[in-house]
Structures are given as structure tokens and as C-alpha cells.
Design a protein around this ligand. Structure first.
Ligand SMILES: *[C@@H]1O[C@H](CO)[C@@H](O)[C@H](O)[C@H]1NC(C)=O
Ligand SMILES: *[C@@H]1O[C@H](CO)[C@@H](O)[C@H](O)[C@H]1NC(C)=O
Ligand SMILES: *[C@@H]1O[C@H](CO)[C@@H](O)[C@H](O)[C@H]1NC(C)=O
Ligand SMILES: *[C@@H]1O[C@H](CO)[C@@H](O)[C@H](O)[C@H]1NC(C)=O
Ligand SMILES: *[C@@H]1O[C@H](CO)[C@@H](O)[C@H](O)[C@H]1NC(C)=O
Ligand SMILES: *[C@@H]1O[C@H](CO)[C@@H](O)[C@H](O)[C@H]1NC(C)=O
Ligand SMILES: *[C@@H]1O[C@H](CO)[C@@H](O)[C@H](O)[C@H]1NC(C)=O
Ligand SMILES: *[C@@H]1O[C@H](CO)[C@@H](O)[C@H](O)[C@H]1NC(C)=O
Length: 770
């Protein structure tokens, strides 16, 4: 039972502490049993006053090769130690690098390197040799590896810095930082810096900051310095310690401290006179020692010449001389002017100074003669001319000259043959070829060509704009003469409509409206705004009376010469509902149309009718010749007309003539269509009674088992090109117009009432029998 309790307690974390406590209490003469029964005791017992282990840190020097006999670096001491006890080491490097002997001496067996591991954490315990039981609790201690100066400073690779030229003395260029693996808290790990050369320009302090000693660094003289720097540990002790050197690159940055100057005092260029504006004449090379981003030259051209020439900067900040306006050899063969160059931004007083600097240059431009096309004295010509007849056809003149020194004569022409204007080839006069009509085309634009009078002479063109001026040559017209009507119910004084006028001419003045003929029934009032209203004087109109009402309206335009016109306005008589909503109007085919015109139309209609009748009659006559006349023909026709047939499309009709012809011509075969009845046997008796034949056919059909029961007989014969039955039209049944019945015209409605009246009651007025 006790064993079980002990084993269970061994698993608990406080067990070993408990064991120690027991050991301690044993040594103090305490009761073991009592201690075992009180496992909560250790915390109290650990606060003992007497210290069992006695040591502090142990130190060992690095890089010391193992000695023989091995070097003792310290001793473990415990108050419980005596001959029957032994120390046991554990932890980092225990029993390998560090061992302990029977006396408790700690011995180093290997060479240590502080830079790899500077502290070893170990623990020691004390056990009874005979019982192998622990006598005292474990205790930890550390072994510190002592530094020796066995490492040199190390510079990072590629150290470089930069500073602007002309910087003040004392400006920091850069900071270099070397590293030393040795203990930085000792001199072994501390670093001091020293410049090995370049000490006239730069200095370095122990932080590694490189400063300038002078303000006269000049990139244009020297843009880069390489200086050697030494870093040494043990800075406070001269002649000892480890050191390293490196070469540091110091770049001098550019500032704009040089002004641009011309490379030469004279520039010469040749320019053709036909060079276009924008043409680059050439380069004015300048010199500026600064880097390109610090070149900022600006050019000024001598006054007046800057209107002809311009300068812009090239990629490399040279001046590019260009043309602003075309040059003319004939007026000036040579241009000479000066150009100044000025550096716009200079950081301070520039490095290059002095009166000898070339900031002004002379430019000579030789203009080279080229053969030039003619030049019109205007680029565009504008002329105007009145429309209508003219006495003098000249509308103006164009003029061009050959600008060359020995100028050629100029020949003018107009290439567009549709142009209504011709040009005098020598003088340049423009003349009209024909009368113009503003109402047709109000302006013309065309090109006049001027060409040097030599073979392949140079050409140039000018635009001519001809405006056609208006004369008042058009009479005014009614705008909307279509629909003025009077209602049967209109009372006197009703305004039955408004008319307006228009005029094709330009800016026609105010139109004035008057009645050309006095009218008893209507009056016209000028509204004063280019319209006039029509007022009813007296009512009592009726659609029953076929009297036409026409207003003759005279319209004058206010122009000069004054134009006037008389316009007929048809006024319809209508039956209206309330609010003058038209229900039905007397039919006039067209307002303003005269009775004679109406009669002419009617005559046309009659003529067309007669022609149609003649054609139909002729066709019918031809047909009658084709069909062989026999005694049965009357029968057949009777049968055909008896049934109400549908003409050629009527397949229900029984065309006996086919049967009949089949009888006469035994070679007859239905040529098209798989007709059921086409294969039916021919009747044996042909010349016999028709009724009998039909009986035979019926009988056949009744007893035909293959056939579908048909109620009517079908003939699917070959129809042929023309129907034998002829036309059913009633037209051909009449040879004279006296039999024509035009009553249907009444059924066509009120619009055809007039027509019906013409034909209906007394048919004597239309004679169509020719
Ligand atoms: C060692 O010390 C213990 C008690 O501290 C004692 O009992 C023992 O006899 C000692 N042994 C030797 C050999 O001195
Ligand atoms: C040494 O090791 C012990 C136990 O592993 C730990 O408690 C202690 O803090 C360590 N000491 C150092 C200085 O690392
Ligand atoms: C070691 O154990 C033996 C036997 O129990 C004992 O006699 C001796 O005193 C112990 N030594 C120490 C130092 O406690
Ligand atoms: C400093 O010494 C290095 C190496 O010898 C050399 O490259 C460099 O040009 C020297 N610099 C100066 C400013 O003399
Ligand atoms: C151009 O020449 C025509 C014809 O000689 C002349 O009428 C016109 O005034 C001239 N125009 C100019 C701007 O000189
Ligand atoms: C063109 O030149 C020829 C001869 O050089 C001359 O006969 C002719 O009249 C000239 N034509 C015009 C339009 O000047
Ligand atoms: C006719 O034209 C005039 C003016 O353009 C307009 O006021 C009037 O209403 C028009 N009449 C009809 C019937 O369209
Ligand atoms: C006026 O109207 C009446 C009846 O509609 C007609 O008989 C007469 O001829 C008309 N007068 C004129 C001048 O049109």
C-alpha cells in the first residue's frame, strides 16, 4: 500500500522536490514519515537560509587549445560533499566540453569560440556514490566564454556615396559602417576609422561619417573620387588590433554652374525660298559643361528677325533654327542677324565667366532661288451678280503673278466645264457664260487656275465665290389653296378659311391680298401678316347645287418691280356637323380645275373604255375561228353558261367540248396530271344522245371500285392555252354603247355622282360605239 502511494507520487511534479525536502529534513533530523505525509512542505523548506551550492560564474578564455593536464576553470562546491558523494554535470557541453572530476573541478576539454557561443548553461547535481541517490537539489550555473580580439572589422561590399559639387565644407557625404564579430562591449569589438588618402578633401570620424573638408569640389574637374578607408578595432590602443581597408567611391553630382556659350561666333545656312514654315534650317551648337539636365539655354533672335526665324531646343540642348514664315528670294537674298544665348538658371555665380565667353553669334542665311508657282493677289475672290438677263457679262477679275525674278506670263483657266463662268486666259476677267437664276442656284464656288505660260508651267489655284443676287422675278403664290370649304350651315360672317402666300424670291416684302373679281358670296380680308381670311357674305349653300365656287385672289409682293398673280381658290360646299366638321363635300376632282379639264378627263376615260372593248372583241373573234363550229356547239355553250361557272379556274364545270373532241380525235390523251377520270374508259357511243352518254359515264363512275365516290364529275384535262369557254364579261355582249348600264356608278358613292349624272339619266350624251 505504501509502495503504490509512492509510485503515484513519483509521477507528480512536486515529487522530486519532495525528495529533496526529505533529504534536507533527514539531515536536519526530521521524521521521514512525517515528511512523506506532508507533500506540501517543499515550498517552505526551499526557503532555507543555508546555501548548499557555492559558486558564481565560471569563466573560460576562447581560442585556448586544450592543455595537458587539462585546465581547471573552477570548482563545484557543496556543503554536503564528502568522500562518499559525487558531482554530476548536465546541460550545454556537459561531459563533453566540460567535465567535472571527483574533487568537483571543472575542466575544459576543447577550444571554444566566443563568436559561436559565448555562454554555456549547465547544471550540477550531487549524488551518493553508494546509493546513487541525489544528495542535494540540482543547481544551474553558467560558464562565460571570454572574448579575445580574434576578429577583424569587415566592410560591406561596394561602398559608395555622393555629394553635389560646390557643397559647403563639412557636409556629410556618406556613412560607412564596418562590423567586428568580437565583443562590442570590449575594445576587441569597437571600431575606429581612418582615411588612408584623400585627406585633403575628406575626413572621417569614428562613427564612419565622411565629410567634405572643402567647398571647391567641382564635377566639371573631377566627378568621382576613390578613397581608401581603414577600420581598426581596439581604436584606443594604437599599434595593436585588427584592421581592414576598403575603397569608397564618392560621386560628385552636377549642379547648373556653367552657362551655355556658342561654339563659334558665326553660323551660315542656305535655305530654299520655297521652304515651308516650320522648316528646320540648322543647329546652333552650344557648349555647356554641365550635365544635360542642368543645361538650360535660352536663345533670343535679334528684334524683327524673330518674326521670321525661331529657335527651339534639340534633345542635346542645342538650338535648332527654324523658319516661321516663307522666305522670298526676290525680295531678300540674304538675312543676317545675331542670336544671344542665356543660361536661364544658374545655381550661383557660374564657373565659366568673363567677357570672352561667346554668348552672341551672327547667323547668315542665304536664300536660294527656286522656280515658284504663280501667286494670286488674293487667296479667295468673292463676287456677286444679279440673276436674270444682263448686258455686261463681266463679273470681276482675278490676277496672279509669277513671283520669280524673270516671271513668266500667266495663263488663266477654269477647269470645271460646268461652271457658268469663263475666264479670260490673258487678262483674268471672269464673265458669265449664261444667265443665272437665283431660284435655281444661289451661289457658285469654283477654282481658277493660274499657270505659267510655258510647257509644264507651275500652277496655282484660287477659289472664287460667286453669289447670285436676287431680282424680284417671281410672282407670289398661294401657299395652301387646298382646302377651303363652306358648310351648308355656315352663317354669314363665318370665316371659312385662311390663305397664305409665298414667293420664291429672296426677302419678298409683304404680300397683299385682294379679290380680283367681286364676289357676292365671299369676301377676302388681308390680315396684314402675309395671310388673308375668307369670310362668308351670305349663306344658303347646298351640296345639291353643282355650282362651283371659285375665288380669284390677286396677290402682290411688295418688291420692285412689283410682281402680282391671280390665284384661283376653289371653295367646296360641304355638309358639316357641329363645329364645322366636314361630313361630305361636293365632289370636285381638284380645286381650281376647270370644267373643261374635267371633260377632257372624262373623254380620256371613255376612249380607254372603247379601246378595251375593241381588244376584247378582237380576242373573242379570234377564238371563234379556232373552235370548229358544229351543231353541238350551241348545246355546249348553253350547258356552259347554264351553270354558274368560275371562269377558267372552275374545275367543277363540265366542259363537254373536251369530251366531244375526244370523240372526234381518238388520239387524245390527257397529257398532264394523274387524274382519276383521265383514265376512265372512253364512252363507246359518241354521236349518240348526250343524255345517254352522261348516263353511261355515271354508271361507270358508280361501279368503279377503285375510284373514290364523287358527287360531281371532274375533268382534269389539259386546259390548253386559252379557255374555250371564252369571256363571261358582259362587255363583249354589247356591240353598241346604248346597252350600257351605268347605274352602278350611283352605288359607288357621292364621289362618282357627277360621273353617274353624266351617264345615268340621259345616256344620249355618251356615244361609245366607234
Ligand atoms: C559524509 O557525510 C554524511 C552526512 O553528511 C555522513 O553520514 C557520512 O558518514 C560522511 N562520510 C564520510 C566518509 O565522511
Ligand atoms: C540555464 O538553463 C536553465 C534550465 O534549463 C534555465 O532555467 C536557466 O534560465 C538557464 N540560464 C541561462 C543563463 O540561460
Ligand atoms: C551515503 O549512503 C550511505 C549508506 O546509506 C551512508 O552511510 C552515507 O553516509 C551516505 N553519504 C552521504 C554523503 O550522505
Ligand atoms: C586612394 O587610394 C586608392 C587605392 O590605392 C586609389 O585607387 C585612389 O585613387 C586614391 N585616392 C586618392 C584621392 O588619392
Ligand atoms: C487683285 O487683282 C484684281 C484684278 O486685277 C483686282 O481687281 C483686285 O483688286 C486685286 N486685289 C488685291 C487685293 O489687290
Ligand atoms: C503663251 O506664250 C506664247 C508664246 O510664248 C504666246 O504665243 C501665247 O499668247 C501666250 N499665251 C498667253 C495666254 O499668254
Ligand atoms: C394656310 O396657310 C396659312 C399661313 O401659312 C395658315 O395660317 C392657315 O391655317 C392655312 N390654312 C389651312 C387650311 O391649312
Ligand atoms: C353665290 O351662291 C349662290 C348659291 O350658292 C349661287 O347661286 C351664286 O352663283 C353665287 N354667286 C357667285 C358670284 O358665285
Amino acid at each position: 500500500m505504501m509502495k503504490q502511494t509512492a509510485r503515484r507520487q513519483m509521477a507528480e511534479p512536486g515529487f522530486w522536490a519532495g525528495v529533496l525536502v526529505i533529504l534536507c529534513t533527514l539531515s536536519m533530523g526530521a521524521d521521514v514519515h512525517q515528511a512523506l505525509k506532508t507533500p506540501s512542505m517543499p515550498s517552505r523548506v526551499l526557503q532555507r537560509h543555508k546555501r548548499a551550492w557555492k559558486w558564481d560564474k565560471l569563466y573560460v578564455n576562447e581560442e585556448m587549445p586544450p592543455k595537458n593536464p587539462p585546465e581547471k576553470i573552477g570548482k563545484l562546491e557543496n556543503t554536503f560533499f564528502n568522500a562518499s558523494a559525487r558531482y554530476i554535470l548536465s546541460g550545454e557541453g556537459a561531459n563533453d566540453i566540460f567535465t567535472v572530476n571527483d574533487n568537483g573541478d571543472i575542466i575544459v576539454n576543447a577550444k571554444l569560440d566566443r563568436e559561436k557561443k559565448n555562454v554555456y548553461n549547465l547544471s550540477a547535481s550531487l549524488i551518493n556514490i553508494t546509493t546513487t541517490k541525489q544528495i542535494d537539489h540540482d543547481d544551474t550555473f553558467i560558464i562565460v566564454v571570454m572574448d579575445i580580439n580574434d576578429n577583424s572589422p569587415v566592410f560591406p561590399p561596394d561602398v559608395s556615396g555622393s555629394i553635389s559639387e560646390s557643397s559647403k565644407a563639412g557636409s556629410i557625404v556618406m556613412t560607412v559602417k564596418a562590423t567586428d564579430a568580437d565583443d562590442p562591449t570590449t575594445q576587441n569589438g569597437m571600431i575606429g576609422y581612418k582615411l588612408l588618402n584623400g585627406t585633403d578633401l575628406f575626413a572621417i570620424n569614428n562613427k564612419g561619417e565622411i565629410r567634405t573638408l572643402t567647398s571647391s569640389l567641382d564635377r566639371e574637374k573631377r566627378s568621382q573620387y576613390l578613397i581608401a578607408i581603414q577600420a581598426k578595432d581596439m581604436p584606443d590602443v594604437s599599434n595593436t588590433g585588427n584592421s581592414a581597408t576598403t575603397i569608397v567611391t564618392i560621386n560628385i553630382n552636377d549642379v547648373n554652374d556653367n552657362i551655355a556659350t556658342f561654339k563659334t561666333g558665326e553660323y551660315q545656312f542656305n535655305v530654299k525660298e520655297d521652304s515651308k514654315p516650320g522648316y528646320e534650317i540648322g543647329k546652333l551648337k552650344v557648349e555647356d559643361k554641365d550635365e544635360i539636365q542642368n543645361k538650360d539655354p535660352s536663345f533670343t533672335i535679334q528684334h524683327k528677325f524673330d518674326e521670321v526665324f525661331g529657335i527651339k531646343l534639340s534633345n542635346v540642348k542645342d538650338g535648332i533654327l527654324s523658319l516661321k514664315v516663307p522666305l522670298d528670294y526676290e525680295t531678300q537674298k540674304m538675312h543676317k542677324f545675331s542670336v544671344n544665348v542665356l543660361e536661364r538658371t544658374v545655381s550661383k555665380s557660374p564657373d565659366n565667366q568673363g567677357p570672352k565667353l561667346q554668348t552672341r553669334a551672327q547667323v547668315f542665311i542665304n536664300v536660294i532661288d527656286v522656280d515658284e508657282p504663280p501667286v494670286f493677289n488674293q487667296t479667295e475672290y468673292k463676287f456677286s451678280f444679279y440673276e436674270g438677263p444682263f448686258q455686261n457679262p463681266i463679273i470681276g477679275a482675278v490676277s496672279a503673278k509669277d513671283p520669280d525674278k524673270n516671271g513668266y506670263k500667266i495663263r488663266y483657266s477654269i477647269e470645271d466645264s460646268n461652271c457658268p463662268v469663263a475666264v479670260d486666259p490673258v487678262q483674268g476677267y471672269l464673265s458669265l457664260k449664261k444667265q443665272l437664276d437665283r431660284e435655281d442656284k444661289s451661289s457658285y464656288t469654283f477654282q481658277v487656275t493660274a499657270q505659267e505660260n510655258v510647257t509644264n508651267g507651275l500652277k496655282s489655284y484660287a477659289l472664287v465665290n460667286l453669289k447670285v443676287l436676287d431680282i424680284n422675278d417671281n410672282a407670289p403664290e398661294l401657299t395652301n389653296r387646298s382646302y377651303v370649304y363652306v358648310c351648308e350651315s355656315d352663317k354669314p360672317g363665318t370665316i371659312i378659311g385662311t390663305v397664305g402666300a409665298y414667293d420664291k424670291d429672296e426677302n419678298s416684302g409683304r404680300f397683299r391680298f385682294t379679290l380680283a373679281k367681286r364676289n357676292l358670296n365671299f369676301s377676302l380680308y388681308d390680315n396684314g401678316d402675309n395671310t388673308a381670311r375668307i369670310e362668308l357674305k351670305q349663306g344658303g349653300f347646298s351640296t345639291e347645287h353643282s355650282v362651283e365656287h371659285v375665288l380669284e385672289i390677286e396677290i402682290t409682293d411688295g418688291g420692285t418691280p412689283e410682281q402680282k398673280s391671280i390665284n384661283l381658290l376653289q371653295i367646296k360646299v360641304c355638309t358639316c356637323q357641329t363645329g364645322r366638321r366636314v361630313e361630305y363635300c361636293m365632289a370636285y376632282t381638284r380645286t381650281g380645275m376647270s370644267v373643261s379639264a374635267l371633260l377632257a378627263i372624262l373623254l380620256c376615260i371613255v376612249t380607254i373604255l372603247v379601246i378595251v372593248i375593241l381588244i376584247v372583241l378582237r380576242r373573242r373573234y379570234q377564238k371563234e375561228i379556232l373552235v370548229t363550229k358544229s351543231s353541238g356547239e350551241i348545246h355546249e355553250q348553253l350547258v356552259s353558261y347554264d351553270e354558274e361557272g368560275g371562269g377558267e379556274m372552275d374545275t367543277n364545270g363540265y366542259d363537254v367540248s373536251i369530251l366531244s373532241s375526244a370523240c372526234h380525235d381518238s388520239s387524245f390523251r390527257p397529257s398532264t396530271g394523274p387524274s382519276l377520270y383521265a383514265v376512265v374508259k372512253k364512252p363507246s357511243a359518241c354521236k349518240g344522245d348526250m343524255a345517254m352518254m352522261i348516263e353511261v359515264k355515271k354508271d361507270e363512275a358508280d361501279h368503279d371500285r377503285d375510284g373514290i365516290p364523287y358527287d360531281t364529275l371532274h375533268i382534269y384535262g389539259c386546259e390548253g392555252s386559252e379557255s374555250l369557254s371564252g369571256s363571261l364579261s358582259s362587255l363583249d355582249s354589247s356591240s353598241s354603247g346604248s346597252n350600257l348600264d351605268y347605274n352602278f356608278l350611283h352605288e359607288w358613292g357621292p364621289r362618282f355622282r357627277t360621273l353617274a349624272q353624266l351617264y345615268g339619266v340621259d345616256g344620249s350624251d355618251s356615244d361609245s360605239s366607234d
